[in-house]
Ligand binder design. Structure first.
Ligand code: 5RP
Length: 236
């Protein structure tokens, strides 16, 4: 994965590497999903290969994370085999000033929420373009729904004031199917004033498995930025 000459990729790479540098030998690490986390997984693999890091185990949040972990030599474990997760590294689509997030751009938010919530420390890795004053400003809110419930769930979401649309595949005919075999409804809300309440309300709709609001889950947000032409990483 080369980030040369692409400022956004460069920011993602730097922040991914910075998060991987915080992992200590012997840790159990939640491996998030997305292009930023992919750089962190690669950097963890590089540290293992060089001998700088030893004896870590990864808990994947998606097929993508499984594939990357195998590619970079990170041993994997399931939640059935472990008692705790030391640290999780994962990306986000929006981050507000309270460190609340919208996730699910990769349709992986259900497994991500399970793993990220279980981690003793959850480090979010984003480029500066993901920071917003209010959640929902730039990104539609993903909601994973069991296929048979898509139509009634869309109606229920519309009653809450959201504009729902079924996420369609790219280079795949028809809708996006999640790693769990479900569908994703992306929802535009004019304002998300109370993310904690909306998170619960959406998950209460029959057939909804999980939505992409992560409220009070993130501990640390690392932000990749370009300053004076150079990539830097700062902590929120
Ligand atoms: C996947 C996610 C990703 O973490 C989120 O979409 C950010 O991705 P990227 O790092 O590629 O911008 O939530 O479901």
């Amino acid at each position: 994965m080369s980030a040369e000459n692409d400022p956004v990729k460069l920011m993602k790479q730097q922040v991914g590497v910075a998060a991987a540098a915080r992992v200590q030998s012997g840790s159990i690490v939640g491996l998030g999903t997305g292009s930023t986390t992919a750089y962190a997984i690669q950097a963890l693999g590089d540290r293992l290969k060089s001998g700088d890091l030893k004896d870590i185990k990864g808990v994947p949040t998606s097929f993508q994370a499984i594939v990357l972990a195998r590619q970079y030599g990170i041993p994997l474990v399931t939640l059935d085999e472990i008692g705790s997760i030391d640290l999780a590294i994962d990306g986000a689509d929006e981050v507000d000033p309270q460190k609340n997030l919208i996730k699910g751009g990769g349709a992986a938010h259900t497994q991500e929420k399970i793993v990220d919530s279980l981690a003793a420390q959850f480090i979010v890795v984003v480029d500066g373009g993901k920071l917003v004053d209010r959640l929902g400003s730039t990104f539609l809110l993903p909601v994973e729904v069991i296929p048979m419930a898509v139509t009634p769930a869309m109606r229920a979401i519309a009653k809450l004031g959201g504009k729902p649309e079924l996420r369609m595949g790219i280079k795949k005919a028809g809708p996006v199917v999640t790693d769990q075999g479900n569908l994703v409804i992306d929802v535009k809300f004019d304002r998300i004033d109370n993310p904690a309440e909306l998170e619960k309300t959406l998950n209460n709709i029959p057939g909804v498995l999980e939505n992409g609001l992560f409220v009070g889950v993130a501990d640390v947000v690392l932000i990749g930025e370009i300053v004076d032409g150079k990539p830097i990483v700062r902590e929120m």
